[in-house]
Structures are given as C-alpha cells and as structure tokens.
Write a protein that binds this ligand. Structure first.
Ligand code: NDP
Ligand code: 8X3
Length: 255
C-alpha cells in the first residue's frame, strides 16, 4: 500500500484483545496503522494480514522502557511520523488476591505497565499530536477505575490514574485540536484473564462462560466511533459494560 491521507493511528498492545481488534478495524477502514507490543511473532503475523488493506508499520515495543519508547518514536519512518490518533491500550492485571496476600512484584509490574508505560508513550507523542490539526488520544482505563472490588487493589488504582490523567490532559488541551478520552470497559473476553490468572484455563472458563461478555470487536467499534466524531466533540469518558454486568450491593461484614 502507499501512504494515504487518513490520520495515522498508533496502537500499543496490538498483539491481542482490544488492541488487535482495533488494529484490524482501523486497517479495514484504510487508516495507516502503527502496531506495537512485545510479541514479535504476533506483530509479524498481524502485519502480514493487514498490509493488503492499508499501510502498516510494526515495532516490538515494551511500553515500560522509556528509552525504547523514545527511540521507537525517533526511528518511525517518515510516512508514519505524524501520529494523529494514539490508542494507549497496552496494559494488564496480575492476580486478584486480597491486598495482604498480593505479590509486590505483580503490583510493580501493573504500575510500570498501566501507569508508567502509558505515561511514557503519551509524553513521547504529545508534541507530534499537538502539531496535528486534529488529534485523539484514547486511554484504556476500566470500570475498575470507578468502582472498587475485592482483589482489584493496585489494578483498579492504576486505572484510576489513567482516568484522571485523561481528564487532566483534556484540561490542558481544551480549545486545541487534541481530544482525550478515558475508555472504561467492564467484563470483556480476551487474554486479559489468562494473563491475570497465569494461564489458568479453568478460571478463564468460570469468568466468561455464559457471561455474554463484551468482545474485543465491540471495543474496537467504540474506539473507531470516538475517533470519528466531528472535531468539536470530545468524549471525555465512556464506561461500557455488557448487559449481563451491573453493580452489586455494598457489603456489610457483621462482627
Ligand atoms: P489482552 O491481554 O488481550 O491484551 C493486552 C495487550 O497489552 C497485549 O497486546 C500485550 O502485548 C500488551 N502489553 C502488555 N504489557 C505490555 C508492555 N509492557 N508493553 C507493551 N505491550 C504490553 O487484554 P485486553 O485486550 O483485554 O486489554 C487491553 C487493555 O484494556 C488493558 O489496558 C486492560 O487493562 C484494559 N481493559 C481490559 C478489560 C477486560 O475485561 N478485558 C476491561 C477493561 C479494561 P504483548 O504481551 O505482546 O506485549
Ligand atoms: C478489567 C475489568 O472488572 O476485571 O479492567 O477489572 S475488571
């Protein structure tokens, strides 16, 4: 494919789940896409699949490594430099134990990825985004940013950071061409729970069987919709759940 005039889309965590579905969605619509993640084999396969549809640049990138993020940005080919849509999607949960039983290493990995990684990529691309006539940043937060639940301690807190960071960016960029959205999905079927529970297939089945969970394609559709709103509209935050999911009562632990 040759370079086209649609805005260039950068997606972190495009090797699975929401990121993968979003890459496919934007490619089908003819947007030039930059796909990143840590798993080179998956990026290669996706790149091969999508290149007949659009311009694709893929790069192995661990968002936790700020030197790598800066080098990645610097070394983007000329045709992909003017990123106008940033989908900060890379992220993970690890474990769901009560806080006093949780692993500190897991907590650090979630903070390093969901908070520091997202900040690294955002900071690196802000100058480019500001230089576009119109730009959109979509940050993957979660319902866990808004609602506490047992076992969510650092995961939920990391997503609350993402949600508030998004609102603060919005404040900074009010009246400019840069739009910012905090996208806050609930239960969605992807490798998320396999990662969270170290590949435990039983647990995966327990969570998703008969739950009619959101699918990655649902999130990809929403992401495309957000970006295709007229330039004067900013979707600040968007919380989305499957109809099978809702809030529960406050618990009262009797003594
Ligand atoms: P998946 O596990 O399917 O995908 C996660 C993606 O993040 C993978 O492509 C993975 O790629 C990438 N990733 C993880 N760590 C890093 C890293 N250090 N550097 C670069 N990429 C990384 O999960 P989902 O698609 O479900 O999750 C996507 C986002 O949505 C996450 O931020 C998650 O917290 C959030 N979310 C998920 C929900 C759900 O229920 N599924 C609900 C609400 C929010 P690789 O391993 O190749 O690096
Ligand atoms: C993922 C949704 O409810 O598992 O962010 O935390 S939840």
């Amino acid at each position: 494919m040759t370079a086209n005039k649609r805005p260039i889309v950068l997606i972190t965590g495009a090797t699975s789940g929401f990121g993968l579905a979003t890459a496919k969605k934007f490619a089908q619509q003819g947007y030039p896409i930059i796909i990143t993640g840590r798993r080179a084999d998956r990026l290669q396969a996706l790149s091969t699949e999508l290149k007949p549809l659009t311009d694709v640049f893929s790069a192995v990138l661990d968002v936790r490594d700020n030197d790598a993020v800066i080098a990645f940005n610097k070394q983007l080919p000329e045709a992909f430099k003017q990123v106008a849509i940033l989908i900060n999607n890379a992220g993970l949960a690890l474990g769901a134990e009560p806080a006093d039983q949780a692993s500190l290493a897991n907590w650090h990995t979630m903070i390093d990825t969901n908070v520091t990684g997202l900040v690294n990529v955002t900071h690196s691309f802000l100058t480019t985004l500001r230089a576009q006539p119109s730009a959109t940043i979509i940050n993957l937060a979660s319902i866990a940013a808004n609602w506490p639940y047992p076992g969510s301690s650092v995961y939920g807190a990391s997503k609350a950071f993402v949600a508030q960071f998004s609102r603060n960016l919005r404040s900074d960029f009010a009246g400019t061409g840069v739009r910012v959205t905090s996208l806050e999905p609930g239960l969605a079927e992807s490798e998320f729970s396999l990662v969270r529970f170290k590949g435990d297939q039983e647990k995966y089945k327990q969570i998703y069987d008969n739950a009619n969970a959101l699918q990655p394609e649902d999130i990809a559709n929403i992401i495309l919709w957000i970006t295709e709103q007229p330039a004067h509209i900013n979707i600040n935050s968007l919380e989305v759940m499957p109809t099978s999911q809702a809030w529960d009562n406050f618990k009262i632990v009797k003594q």
